[in-house]
Design a protein around this ligand. Sequence first.
Ligand SMILES: [Zn+2]
Length: 356
Amino acid sequence: MPIVPLYGHAALRERLASAAATGRLPASVLLHGPSGVGKQRLGLWLGALLLCESSPAPCGRCQSCRYAAELAHPDLHWIFPRPRLKDADAGAEEVRQDYAEAISERLAAGGLYARPSGTEGIYVATVRSIVQRAAISPAMAKRKVFVIGDAERMVPQEGSDMAANAFLKLLEEPPADTTLIVTSSEPGALLPTIRSRVVSLRVPPLGEADLRAFLADPLVRDALEKEPVPKSDAERVALAGGAPGTLFGGGERDAARDGAKRILDAAESGDRAAALRIAFQQGATRARGRFTDTLDALEGLLHDRARTKVARGDERGAESAARAVDAVEQARERAAGNVSPNLVTAELMRRLGERR
Ligand SMILES: [Zn+2]
């Protein structure tokens, strides 16, 4: 079964196709843009285009295109952050197996996946395996293509200098039959040594018509129907903000939003007992990732509110929402320090309560 096709990005696709057709496509490309906007899917599309046996590429019908759409093309290599393997010196075979499993999971989900958790990375064993695979001749096509997603998660590790240097050399001068497509939503966090070796292309958010077409795809429908709280397409369009991938945060994202709503409701209800109870529930130890997600969701809620107030011409309301956003930003700073989530939340609730 193929993964969800690429929606939108028509201008960029045209540009890439024409560059490829005239041999002007750089050997190492960086696709950057907001998280969830479809950079890796676009990278896979470009890979299919480069490997297609017919025209206009990607034709979608040749064997190569079919394999690419089923994530089964032996010359289209997809790399993304993974949990660190137990064996730091894992060999190429272990890495290959780990990715084979991860990719079959993504395939089973139609190519729709949540953003990797903060502990997942592109570790040295993986970097080594990329360099090794790049040195081998293509198995089926005339070329080979590597799509390396979330490349800012490529972590420099002790003792990894050789692998890192070999990778940089690969980026700078890939073999003539190799294209490297690197993607990142935080290009500023990319190693400068990587950034200087790639040609950057910005991937913009999707427009509403493309988003709606994406939401109407049967695979997308299926995946979103499993959500604990079903939403309308209009709600999804608003939530996605041009980045459909963000709709697939799964339960964790919903939990963060629920938590954020509870904090806001309690803070504004003036019910001190409820506020204290919720602050207490945030825990004393730092389950940092989860708490940070809650603060992110809270900031999103407040931004939405500020926009609504501005749209209604309610200046005081907008100002108060903006001050609340400041309070959340300060809470995030304190949480990044050594302050426990329940203390941070208690202080944040006090400040949010003042806004009424
Ligand atoms: Zn084709």
